[in-house]
Design a protein around this ligand. Structure first.
Ligand code: ADP
Ligand code: MG
Ligand code: MG
Length: 226
């Protein structure tokens, strides 16, 4: 079982920053197809603000790092994605606080809380061509794989939600599912957000927010394997 301390979450935020900086231009180009082209710069700005706030909150614990990071991301990130990533990270931190510890199992609950907060704030539905179209397969893979493991009478200790053991590889499987789903958003027409009036231009190109989520999810998941 991997238990994340505050400094692990800060290291995770550093990784998120570096990963987004690496993909900044590609995300900008994607958002320029049917948006305003600021998704790359906005995600990098939000992640950097989140990292700075997370470092300042490190002495308060892993959950407080996530809450502080979320509030900063919402304040300094790009309009829509910033507000949504901010709300998601903050909700993840509050869930970790409730769980009392952040490990590979309660981390699944925290991700579930983040996705629920993003749905609540943004009001988007599956198929609307948003980040949620990559987030849903991610959380579904996490929960079904961890439940399957807890049901399995294996040598492994019982796992699953709130249990003891979720294999780190499950996070990589979930991130891969997010990547497949993000690519598949190319076949959708946006029904919400800035891209909606430009739906015809957007068709054939993946959604920027779904793409950035899948990229970040894979980087973090691979890091969990190390
Ligand atoms: P903005 O549209 O304010 O410029 P960004 O370009 O950073 O913000 O983010 C755009 C992304 O936000 C979209 O690609 C989509 O994934 C996501 N998005 C837009 N509206 C919603 C919504 N209502 N719910 C979830 N995600 C959304
Ligand atoms: Mg934009
Ligand atoms: Mg914008």
């Amino acid at each position: 079982e991997l238990v994340a301390a505050a400094n692990d979450v800060v290291a995770g935020l550093e990784l998120v920053c570096a990963t987004l900086a690496e993909h900044e231009e590609a995300l900008a180009r994607l958002d320029a197809v049917a948006g305003d082209g600021d998704h790359g710069s906005g995600m990098v700005r939000g992640a950097r603000a989140a990292l700075a706030a997370g470092i300042a909150a490190e002495h308060q614990g892993a959950d407080a790092v996530l809450v502080a990071a979320g509030r900063a991301w919402a304040e300094y990130g790009a309009g829509t994605s910033g507000a949504l990533w901010g709300a998601g990270l903050e909700a993840a931190g509050l869930a970790a606080n409730t769980a009392g510890t952040l490990n590979t199992s309660t981390g699944v609950q925290a991700v579930g809380a983040a996705v629920a907060a993003i749905e609540e704030l943004g009001g988007a539905r599956p198929g609307d061509k948003t980040m949620l179209d990559a987030m849903h397969p991610f959380i579904t893979t996490l929960t079904t794989s961890s439940t399957t493991e807890s049901d399995r009478p294996a040598a492994e200790p019982a796992g699953g939600l709130g249990g003891e053991s979720v294999r780190p590889a499950v996070w990589v499987e979930a991130a891969a599912a997010a990547g497949v789903a993000a690519a598949a958003t190319a076949g959708l027409k946006p029904r919400v957000g800035r891209a909606r009036p430009l739906a015809e231009k957007s068709f054939g190109h993946p959604d920027p927010g779904a793409t950035s989520f899948a990229i970040v999810a894979m980087a973090v998941a691979q890091h969990l394997m190390e």
